[in-house]
Design a protein around this ligand. Structure first.
Ligand code: AMP
Ligand code: MG
Length: 315
């Protein structure tokens, strides 16, 4: 079986083609980059996706496709609507089944496919999400999460406020060569908060703190918080694998911290390959194959669709 996957939850319009053994046959994406100093405006995302969709999709031989998968959410509605409409059109025109995929679950499943881990505690960190999850009793349970903005968003907004390029995470990583200045460390039980850290870092920049020190301290503080919660999740669940997924997983310092913690606990540490860390269509195509026989056949977009609402029957 061959699945076509369409990703359009936020900044990226992506298309992937994957077979039922997990072989990625095609993967292409285009990311919308806002002008320096600007954030993501929902309509600008939709306009971008609308313009790029046909150019990528016309490279696909539709006769070879058995199922059409697309991101139903969570995401920005204007952006989701483009992928959903395109997928719906292709399914109708070529008479193929349409499968709605949860974007968070797709980040997890591509991580499992690419690293070979089977039953991990998952640390899912991206521009739009920050969650620590593990599979239990039929679905991916959210054990801990951000109470406000995602960690990737904190890095992106800090970078934007300081005049760096978007996405900000890699820019912050490059500049993280200074020494530590105190920022608020906010862990509440299994949950985390990043807005106070962001506000304080931007304020300290206004007061003249060096970018190198602030970038370093942002990384140290946010990643230490996440490592603390991930460790507690491992302790609670007794799982023997940790899987890092989402765009922020590409960060070397984060990998180093999580890797050290796992080493100390005798836990296998896995990181999704950088190529599949950010949003793309292959994640969606693969997960479409896994959840094709789901009892839930509905395909409307869901802005706030949580991973724990998905019946992960295939796991
Ligand atoms: P996603 O939403 O999964 O596509 O991931 C995008 C997010 O990952 C953005 O917030 C980026 O700033 C962040 N990101 C990408 N590369 C890095 C990196 N090397 N370090 C930190 N964050 C990163
Ligand atoms: Mg994502």
């Amino acid at each position: 079986m061959i699945s076509l996957g369409i990703e359009s939850t936020a900044h990226t319009f992506g298309v992937g083609v994957v077979d039922d053994r997990g072989k990625i046959i095609f993967e292409e994406r285009d990311m919308y980059v806002p002008p320096i100093g600007a954030g993501f405006v929902p309509n600008d995302l939709a306009n971008h996706h609308e313009k790029i969709a046909a150019a990528i999709l016309k490279k696909i031989d539709m006769e070879k496709i058995d199922v059409i998968s697309f991101s139903r959410g969570p995401g920005i509605p204007n952006a989701l609507m483009i992928g959903s409409t395109v997928a719906r059109y292709l399914a109708a025109k070529y008479k193929k089944p349409l499968v709605g995929v949860n974007h968070a679950v797709a980040h997890i499943e591509i991580g499992k496919l690419k690293t070979g881990c089977e039953d991990p505690v998952v640390v899912y960190l991206s521009g739009g999400n920050t969650q620590i999850l593990a599979h239990a009793e039929g679905s991916y349970r959210v054990l801990g999460e951000s109470e406000d903005i995602p960690v990737g968003n904190a890095l992106d907004v800090f970078a934007r406020e300081c005049g760096l390029k978007t996405p900000g995470g890699p820019e912050v990583e490059k500049l993280a060569t200074g020494s530590y200045v105190q920022l608020p460390y906010v862990v509440k039980g299994m949950d985390l908060s990043f807005t106070g850290i962001l506000t304080d870092a931007v304020k300290k920049r206004g007061e003249g703190a060096a970018m190198e020190d602030l970038c370093y301290s942002l990384q140290e503080t946010c990643f230490a918080m996440l490592t603390e919660v991930a460790e507690r999740a491992l302790a609670h669940t007794g799982k023997k694998e940790l899987l890092l997924v989402g765009g922020v997983a590409a960060n070397n310092r984060l990998q180093e911290m999580m890797g050290m913690m796992c080493g100390d606990r005798g836990v296998k540490f896995c990181v999704v390959p950088e190529k599949y860390a950010g949003d793309n269509g292959a994640n969606i195509a693969w997960t479409g194959i896994l959840c094709k026989n789901s009892r839930d056949k509905s395909t409307g977009i869901i802005q706030n669709w949580r991973a724990d609402e998905v019946d992960a029957f295939w796991v």
